[in-house]
Design a protein around this ligand. Structure first.
Ligand SMILES: N[C@@H](CCC(=O)N[C@@H](CS)C(=O)NCC(=O)O)C(=O)O
Length: 270
């Protein structure tokens, strides 16, 4: 064994694609107010799977003529999630975050699942009202929020981004990711969408698990090896997940959401 944990952990300088961003502390790292447009909602985000979930909901509601919004890009590789203005609306410093200016005072919402739920409830769209499907929709929404970190922070991180491949970590999270895909596959074998009609749970699950089976997640090359998660995990075996993902990918609004144009924020009063 090459590493033995000391008695007390001391934060090291981390390597790898995201390592330089990590610190064991929260809060703003620089002073910067966020730009604000004149539309009723202000989105501060990035087109990652967690960001795309919210893009889909906003684009769906916009297509129904129910709202409009300005979209700003928070470049997490540049540390913009630690700008004081962003930390004020999301103390957790992670995209996406939304500000609702439709009422007497601005309302900030963070955590992608909370934003989906907040908007679905407010506009009475994409969240079934009958108790059985309503409970299913919330259950699958929370399932996604709890499960995807094993795919992103676990499997994707160790398979694609870690400075060197660690067999134990890749095996542990590949096992869990495949188990989750099987959970979805067994459910989607019996249902066209996650909970009744197309809705919040599909919007949350598609950008992670849909993208994975469509071969859009973790495809590339790092310093050690080429990676292609769809092939590595054999995702074609999850045929019901694949058909469901194709149904969602075919929606024009979803395509717009995946390619949403976000306005960069420029550093101001530092
Ligand atoms: N549970 C959060 C996770 C958000 C999240 O992990 N966002 C990532 C990008 S996908 C981020 O902002 N990372 C920046 C960082 O960790 O510093 C949500 O679903 O909103």
């Amino acid at each position: 064994m090459s590493y033995l944990p000391p008695q007390v952990w001391i934060a090291p300088q981390m390597g790898g694609r995201f390592g330089g961003l990590n610190r064991p502390t929260a809060g703003a790292r620089h002073t910067q107010t966020l730009p604000k447009g004149d539309k009723p909602y202000q989105l501060y985000s990035l087109n990652t799977p967690n960001g795309i979930k919210v893009n889909i909901m906003l684009e769906e509601l916009k297509a129904l003529g129910l709202l409009d919004y300005d979209a700003f890009k928070i470049d997490i590789m540049q540390g913009e999630q630690f700008a004081s203005g962003f930390v004020e609306i999301n103390p957790n410093s992670k995209i996406p975050a939304l500000v609702d200016n439709t009422g007497d005072e601005p309302v900030a919402v963070f955590e992608s699942g909370a934003i989906l739920w907040y908007l679905a409830q407010k506009y009475e769209q994409f969240l079934p009202t009958n108790p059985k499907d309503h409970a299913q929709a919330l259950s699958w929404l929370m399932w996604q929020m709890g499960s995807a970190p094993f795919v992103g922070g676990g499997f994707g991180h160790f398979y694609a981004y870690a400075p060197k491949p660690i067999e134990y970590a890749i095996n542990r999270y590949a096992m869990e990711t495949k188990r989750q895909l099987d959970v979805l596959n067994q459910h989607l074998a019996q249902h066209d969408y996650m909970a009744g009609e197309y809705g919040v749970a599909d919007m949350a699950i598609y950008p992670w698990y849909g993208a994975l089976v469509l071969g859009k997640l973790y495809v590339g090359e790092n310093d050690n090896h080429a990676y292609d998660a769809k092939t590595f995990l054999g995702t074609n075996e999850y045929s019901y997940v694949l058909s469901w993902a194709k149904r969602i990918a075919d929606r024009q609004v979803v395509q717009q959401a995946q390619n949403l144009v976000l306005t960069p924020i420029t550093r101001g009063d530092e």
